[in-house]
Every structure is written in C-alpha cells, then in structure tokens.
Design a protein around this ligand. Structure first.
Ligand SMILES: Cc1cc2nc3c(=O)[nH]c(=O)nc-3n(C[C@H](O)[C@H](O)[C@H](O)COP(=O)(O)OP(=O)(O)OC[C@H]3O[C@@H](n4cnc5c(N)ncnc54)[C@H](O)[C@@H]3O)c2cc1C
Length: 392
C-alpha cells in the first residue's frame, strides 16, 4: 500500500466537493478529491442549473445566495464552457391570493440588493408569450442566471487537477485514524493511504452515512426531484420560469404528508428551463423516497400536466427522457457548513437541498477560508455541523 501526504482530502465530487477542491488547490494546499463513483454522479448530474436568489428563503439562505451570485462571474470566466447565460427568471403566480406573499418576498429580496418587478399576467405575457393567460402574474427577476451543472462539476474537478489536486475515483475511503489535527484514509481500490491534516465532507444526499464514519451526526435525507427533458424545439421561454408555489412546497415538507391534493403530496413546484440546445427541462417534485432514483409514471404525469397548465404550448412538445435526482435535505432547512468542534480536523459542506448549484462558489470560499485559518466571507455560525449533536 503506497502512502501519500496531503494537506486536505475532499470527499465527494459533486459541484460542492469539486468546487471546494479547486479553490483549495488554487490557495496552494495539497488536495485530494475523492468520489466513490465519479464527478457529478449524484444530485449535481441530475438537476437544473438555475443560479437563483429569488427562490431562497429570507435569512441565511438568501444572504448566501446573493453572496454566491456575486462570485459567479469570476468562476464562469475562469472555468469557461459552462453554457452560462444571464437570461433572468420569473416567479409565476397562478392565484391572486399569492400576490401579498410575493410582495413580501420581493421586499426581502430588495433587502439583499436583488431587484424584482411584480407584473400582472398581461405584462408577464408580453415578456413570456407562452405563459397561459389564465395565470395571475409574475415576479420578474432580471439578474438570475443558469448554467449546466454537470459541466460545472466536471470543470471544477479538471481545474482542481490542473492546480495540482490528486483526483481519485471510483474510491470509497475508509477512516483509519482521526485526530484533532490529522486524518488517515485508506483507499482499498487504489491501494493507497492518504495522510492529511484536514478533510472536507461533501457527500451530498449520502452525507449521513459519510458523517457517521467520522463520528458526526449529519441528518441529511435524500429528497427526490423528477425532471423531464423535451426534444429540441423553438424556445418556449426566454427566462427560467418557476411557480410561486415552488417556494411553498420547498419550505413546507410536512404539507406532502398532510395534504390530500395530489400535487401537494408530491411536493410539486413547476419549473421550466430552456437550454441552449433547444431542449426544455420541466420540473419538478419533492418527495422522501429514500435513495430511489426511479421516476414513477404517476409523478411524471402530474408534473407534465401542470407544466401544460402554466405553458400550454408544452402540450405539443415531445418528452425525450425523465430522470430523478436526490437533493441533500436537512430537517432544519439549512446546509451544514463549518468546522466540527468535536472533530476539528473535519470540515463539513453539505445539505444544500435544492440550492447547491447556486451556493457552490460561496461554499467553496467559506471552506477555503476555514482550511487556511481565515474568517469565512459570510457569517456561517447557524450552519454549524455539530448542531444535531455528535455520536458517543
Ligand atoms: C430535480 C432537481 C433540481 C435542482 N435544481 C437546482 C437548481 O436549479 N439550482 C440549484 O442551485 N440547485 C438545484 N438542485 C440542487 C442541487 O442539485 C444540489 O444541491 C447539489 O447538486 C448538491 O451538490 P453536492 O456536491 O452537495 O452533492 P452531489 O452532487 O450529490 O455529490 C455528492 C458526491 O459525493 C459522492 N459520495 C457520497 N458518499 C461518498 C463516500 N462515502 N465516498 C466517496 N464519495 C462519496 C457521491 O458519489 C457524489 O458524487 C436541484 C436538485 C434536483 C434533484
């Protein structure tokens, strides 16, 4: 078994781990990026690529998203080839009763410097003619962007390697020793032992089991989301469209178990992303079904039916494929981001649920600051990885 000495091991090569590995290597640390499958094998390879502040809850999520968005232009310039576009977004209202909530949401967005405009349905349809006239209106969010999340994970992993990081997959590390200032990981498939000073846990939806091997209690639960992809066609929307209901279903997971409404039971929130390829990605659901990545026909049917209600012309679109991703959900709806106080060699960066693509740059900036003894650029005290306690 060969031995490799490094400063920091990053476990998990989704957007979060790959982004952290790139920034850590760029900061001059000797890094190993490890994944048990390959980069983007998890949620990062099965999701939309909306870089959005408008879909975040007021508070730490919105603050983090605004800070992350400010970092994205540098990332896009450095990584290239991400299909990145700043086309803007719309939160679409389908009931007049949503207007007051959206006005309050717009005020919260304004407090973090995000400009929005509330439009009635006639004004919304002048910008997005494919929206149904039966809808109520929209909140226009001109500064929102989108990119290809799969490419983001791959480009970050490549950039990490180019900056000197060791990239290892498929590799599932075994913890051989964990002290306050060191960690020893055995990679049986590579016949390699890594001696590191620190480790970053970025296991996405599988983070509960990963945390356990480091003695951490990380109650990350997979929250499945189904997406449908159409064939190439003329673009039905210039912007990323999201139902205002998306926010309700995202933030109230209990609704799915208490409601009798089939859409609420699958945690439905309509989304429509038009890709540069001419394809459209239609979403989505939020369900707790363990690690099941199948996309059941009844869920797909509800998602497509609702999509046609928002954008009637989708009725003529051909669906090419459907797939499901597993969002890393934390019961208190906040990611884990910080250094463990009980295991100080361990930094945790996971649990970003439906926001991980948006939050990648700020997460990587915080992890890099923690790993190099600096103060993180935003206050992350409420994201403490020990907040659910630790194992005996
Ligand atoms: C339908 C859907 C739509 C979404 N849309 C958006 C969006 O528009 N915008 C947005 O910001 N976010 C969106 N998200 C959320 C986003 O996909 C996730 O928040 C993000 O991908 C999480 O990234 P991650 O790196 O933490 O996890 P993952 O991408 O899941 O990566 C974790 C990696 O860790 C590896 N791993 C796990 N355990 C181990 C182990 N023991 N050893 C080695 N490797 C391990 C896995 O193989 C995996 O590659 C969406 C999610 C879904 C499902």
């Amino acid at each position: 078994m060969s031995r490799h000495d490094i400063d920091i091991a990053v476990i998990g090569a989704g957007v979060i781990g790959a982004g952290c590995a790139w920034q850590l290597a760029k900061a001059g640390l000797r890094v190993a990026l490890i994944d048990r499958v390959h980069p983007a094998a998890g949620s990062s390879g099965a999701c939309d690529g909306y870089l959005s502040v408008s879909t975040k809850t007021p508070g730490v999520a919105m603050t983090l998203a605004a800070a992350s968005r400010a970092l994205y232009p540098q990332w896009i310039a450095a990584l290239g080839d991400l299909d990145a576009e700043t086309k803007g977004g719309m939160l679409v209202l389908d009931q007049p009763s949503q207007v007051a909530a959206m006005e309050a949401h717009a005020a919260a967005l304004a407090s973090v410097g995000v400009h929005t405009e509330l439009l009635d349905i006639a004004a919304a349809r002048r910008l997005e003619p494919a929206l149904s006239p039966a809808l109520t209106g929209a909140v226009l969010c001109p500064d929102e962007s989108q990119l290809n999340p799969y490419k983001l994970a791959l480009r970050c992993a490549e950039a990490a390697a180019a900056a000197g990081a060791l990239t290892l997959w498929p590799a599932e590390p075994v913890v051989e020793d964990l002290g306050a200032d060191h960690v020893r990981l055995r990679l049986p498939a590579q016949d390699l032992t890594l001696h590191a000073r620190q480790v970053v846990l970025c296991g996405g939806a599988a983070s509960a089991a990963l945390g356990q091997t480091f003695g951490l209690t990380l109650p990350v639960i997979p929250r499945q989301g189904v997406l449908a992809v159409t064939r190439r066609q003329h673009a039905l929307a210039s912007r990323f469209l999201v139902a205002a209901r998306y926010l309700t279903h995202k933030l109230d997971p209990d609704r799915a178990s208490t409601s009798t409404d089939p859409l609420e039971r699958i945690g439905h929130g309509f989304t429509l992303e038009s890709l540069p390829t001419g394809q459209h990605i239609i979403g989505s659901s939020r369900r707790f079904v363990g690690f099941d990545r199948s996309a059941p026909a009844d869920v797909v049917g509800l998602i497509l039916r609702e999509a046609v209600r928002y954008v009637p012309a989708l009725a003529d679109s051909a669906v090419l494929r459907v797939f499901a991703g597993l969002r890393p959900f934390v019961p208190d709806k906040r990611p884990f981001l910080g250094r463990s106080r009980t295991s100080p060699a361990v930094i945790v960066a996971t649990g970003h649920e439906g926001d991980g693509i948006t939050l990648t740059p700020i997460t990587a900036a915080c992890v890099t600051a923690l790993a190099t003894g600096q103060t993180p650029p935003v206050d992350i005290t409420t994201l403490d990885p020990d907040r659910f306690g630790c194992q005996p």
